[in-house]
Design a protein around this ligand. Structure first.
Ligand code: NAD
Length: 487
């Protein structure tokens, strides 16, 4: 098996072999902390997608016939090898995407937990039956794989998000094609190398195709692909969902976010502030669960107390490279991403908003560093309050009471996640009932559900019905067949 090495042009993995892409153009995979070139990423074209679909289609009948408990053992072998190589994959995440090493290690662990959850597939895939629905008649429902499934994934979790989909898809008996983010594909390459090393998956069951828009369009239009899992920006999610629906494919397209964190008057700030900082500035705000609007509830004195505590603690955070021992806030993935976030802060300031903590450092070298920034905004519908900036920028908003805080939060087009900080069970109940978001935290800043539960938001944070992970993953990757019998 060929191992892809740094600065080489990466290869696709198709039909059990590492092969050069037919597409001849490449994009650079850059280390965000240094600007160094890590690898060239091929822009695969439609003939690369054709080859991957042909390999996946050729493998699907044999793989489907493998007993579920044996497929579960293959997934267990993947779990073992990923666990052995966890820190090595994490180092690639840091080098490619930029996040800190502990954060990257936690990401890989979360991915491994999805693999663990998929090992329960014989139980998760079981059907249902009902005896005697009429005289001498029984009914049973069985779940069967959908066939060939593809996943298109974003840059911000280059190991975990491919692992949300791969293990459930193949455990259900499907063949799988991954199109990882073109910005940081090396963790996915390593995961596929390790999967190949297990020898647990027949050729063609797992395929990886590098690329960007043309590769995605090839996936969306290919008649041999039955279902698509997507994670990325809301605008891309909408394109993927629309085009998949037009070509008759099953689709789950998870989009962007603008999550609010509500701090109630009774919240314990000593405990809440560290959780808020980690939510808003961890991974430089490049998480779909990042808290990007802080809503301080109470009278003006309490709101000021919350604001001052946040500014004081955030000003202590260290911005630096992901492999720096002291780094709290990592670089952003690329200079243009940082510039966009910085421009939003500058525009808000010009419009009269108060920058209460200014992290605009000029980007440093190579132009990817933005320090933690807090802006008290006065425009409830402005960029700071409503647009996903995907950087270490926290908007500060004041609300008199919880009703007002929930109403403000629900004004977002997104509904991915949200958190409340309080000591009051009554407030939590009201929040849980009224907030329009799919993943909620109570005194937790990053409310990531464990892999046995569904992961996704509401509103423009998803196009499609079934979420990632948990039983939803099994529903997405299987088709139900109902047999009514008379004997
Ligand atoms: P992105 O939409 O730019 O890219 C995602 C994938 O789509 C990549 O593989 C990319 O190659 C492809 N792509 C990009 N533009 C395309 C186009 N015009 N046509 C076809 N394919 C295209 O997203 P990103 O910047 O890599 O990731 C960050 C985004 O992902 C943020 O908005 C974040 O909130 C979101 N995200 C959401 C979740 C969630 O669970 N809802 C989780 C992680 C990230």
């Amino acid at each position: 098996m060929a191992i892809s090495t740094e600065k080489e042009t990466l290869r696709n993995y198709i039909g059990g072999k590492w092969v050069e892409a037919a597409g001849t153009e490449t994009l650079p995979d850059i280390d965000p902390a240094t600007g160094d070139l890590a690898a060239e990423v091929p822009l695969s074209n439609r003939s690369d997608i054709d080859a991957a679909v042909a390999a996946a289609s050729a493998a699907k009948e044999e793989w489907r016939a493998v007993p579920p408990q044996q497929r579960a053992r293959s997934v267990m072998a993947l779990r073992e090898i990923l666990t052995e190589h966890r820190e090595e994959i994490a180092a690639l995440v840091t080098a490619d995407m930029g996040k800190t090493l502990p954060d990257a290690s936690a990401e890989v662990q979360r991915g491994i937990e999805s693999v663990e959850a998929a090992t329960a597939i014989p139980h998760l895939m079981k059907g249902e039956n009902l005896e005697g629905i009429a005289s001498g008649m029984d009914v049973e429902m069985v779940r069967q794989p959908v066939g060939v499934v593809a996943a298109i994934t974003p840059f911000n979790f280059p190991a975990m998000i491919p692992l949300w989909f791969l293990p459930f898809a193949v455990a259900c008996g499907n063949s799988f094609i991954l199109k990882p983010s073109e910005r940081d594909p090396r963790p996915a390459v390593r995961i596929f190398e390790l999967a190949a090393e297990t020898g647990a998956f027949p050729e063609g069951v797992l395929n990886l195709v590098h690329g960007a828009r043309e590769a995605v369009e090839g996936i969306l239009e290919h008649p041999g692909i039955d279902a698509i899992s997507f994670v990325g920006q809301a605008s891309t999610a909408r394109i993927v969902a629309t085009r998949s629906a037009e070509s008759g494919k099953r689709v789950q397209a998870l989009g962007g976010a603008k999550n609010s964190l509500i701090v109630m008057p009774d919240a314990d700030l000593d405990k809440s502030v560290p959780a808020i900082l980690s939510s808003s500035f961890g991974a430089a705000g490049q998480r779909c669960l990042a808290g990007s609007v802080l809503v301080a509830v109470g009278d003006k004195a309490r709101q000021d107390e919350v604001r001052d505590a946040l500014v004081e603690a955030a000003s202590e955070l260290v911005t630096g490279p992901g492999d720096g021992a002291d780094t709290d806030v990592c670089p952003m993935v690329a200079p243009d991403s940082r510039q966009r976030a910085e421009d939003a802060v500058t525009a808000a300031e010009k419009a009269g908003d108060e920058v209460v903590l200014d992290g605009r450092l000029g980007g440093g070298d190579p132009g990817t560093f933005l320090g933690p920034t807090i802006v008290e905004t006065s425009d409830p519908e402005g960029q700071l309050a409503r647009e996903e900036l995907f950087g270490p920028v926290l908007a500060f908003w004041r609300a008199d009471d919880l009703d007002e805080a929930i109403e403000f939060s629900n004004g977002s087009r997104y509904g991915n996640a949200g958190s409340i900080f309080t000591e009051s069970g009554e407030a939590v109940r009201q929040y849980r009932y009224g907030i329009e978001a799919g993943m909620l935290g109570v005194n937790i800043g990053v409310p990531a559900p464990v892999a046995w539960f569904p992961f996704s938001g509401w509103k423009d944070s998803i196009d499609g019905d079934l979420h990632a992970n948990g039983h939803d993953a099994v529903e997405f990757y299987t088709r139900k067949k109902v047999v009514t019998s008379r004997w």
